[in-house]
Design a protein around this ligand. Structure first.
Ligand SMILES: Nc1ncnc2c1ncn2[C@@H]1O[C@H](COP(=O)(O)OP(=O)(O)OP(=O)(O)O)[C@@H](O)[C@H]1O
Ligand SMILES: [Mg+2]
Length: 244
């Protein structure tokens, strides 16, 4: 069975979709990857990865019986093994939890890595339906509002899983040094969530998702590569904050 990751947050706009697409790009040269956009009505990953022209079917079609292989878009790069994207439904009709749970189990058997990019908020009913060993990655920016929201999200997810990690995104050492942003220890203490990685604020990542190109360079990508190795079970140390 492949590894399943659920990317969530309390506050919106923290970089879940940028992180999910970047993490998928970091895994894709060595693993088969399925990225699932869970933001029904507000999908974005097809645009961020430049495959919206290819898009015909989405998650709701697959849950109604459309074969997965006819419904995914392929994100192309000569370095990638397999990188498939399944788009979110355009409407916000409720997704059936039982068919979704069955789908998640099935794709975990087909791919090395499956990443579900959830919308922000407080509804975790679909995240709770994912396979038991799913790792829940809460994306947090190191500001006070975001950290308080993340602590709340961590408590909600802890009701159904103890496999929870935090990703600090848009990390900016200068703002931490000036006391504007919380430092790493404070972020961990205030959320009570184990840290899985730190992604710096990075123009390369912002540009890649804005123009619809898989990210392949820059400081954020370097961090995402390290995170992908850590999430795959390798012992990869966290870099010193000023080097992130
Ligand atoms: N590490 C980063 N460095 C610089 N910009 C970033 C980084 N991560 C995300 N961004 C920028 O932040 C904005 C929001 O990102 P994104 O859409 O990924 O957030 P989100 O959490 O998925 O939002 P939503 O809650 O609406 O789903 C985008 O403009 C993106 O380019
Ligand atoms: Mg998003």
């Amino acid at each position: 069975m492949g590894k399943v990751f659920a990317v969530t947050s309390g506050k919106g706009g923290v970089g879940k979709s940028s992180f999910s697409s970047g993490l998928a790009c970091a895994f894709a040269p060595s693993k088969s990857v399925l990225l699932v956009d869970m933001d029904a009505g507000l999908r974005c990953l097809d645009l961020m990865l430049g495959v919206s022209e290819e898009l015909v079917f989405d998650l709701s079609d697959v849950l109604l019986g459309k074969p997965l292989e006819d419904s995914v878009c392929t994100v192309k790069d000569k370095k990638f093994k397999t990188f498939h994207l399944l788009a979110a439904p355009t409407d916000t009709n409720k997704i059936d939890i039982f068919s979704f749970a069955a789908f998640a189990k099935e794709v975990a058997d087909q791919y090395d890595i499956v990443i579900f990019d959830f919308p922000a908020g407080v509804d975790f009913s679909l995240a709770a339906a994912l396979p038991k060993d799913t790792m829940h990655l809460i994306v947090v920016n190191p500001d006070v509002v975001c950290i308080r929201d993340a602590a709340g999200v961590g408590e909600r997810i802890a009701e159904f899983s103890d496999n929870i990690r935090m990703i600090l995104n848009k990390f900016n050492f200068k703002l931490v040094r000036n006391g504007v942003y919380k430092n790493i220890d404070d972020s961990i203490d205030k959320t009570g969530i184990q840290l899985a990685g730190i992604v710096p604020f990075c123009e390369h990542l912002a540009c890649a998702v804005a123009v619809g190109r898989p990210v392949n360079k820059g400081r954020a990508f370097k961090a995402l590569k390290r995170i992908s190795r850590r999430l795959d079970g390798e012992k990869v140390r966290l870099p010193k904050p000023k080097k992130i």
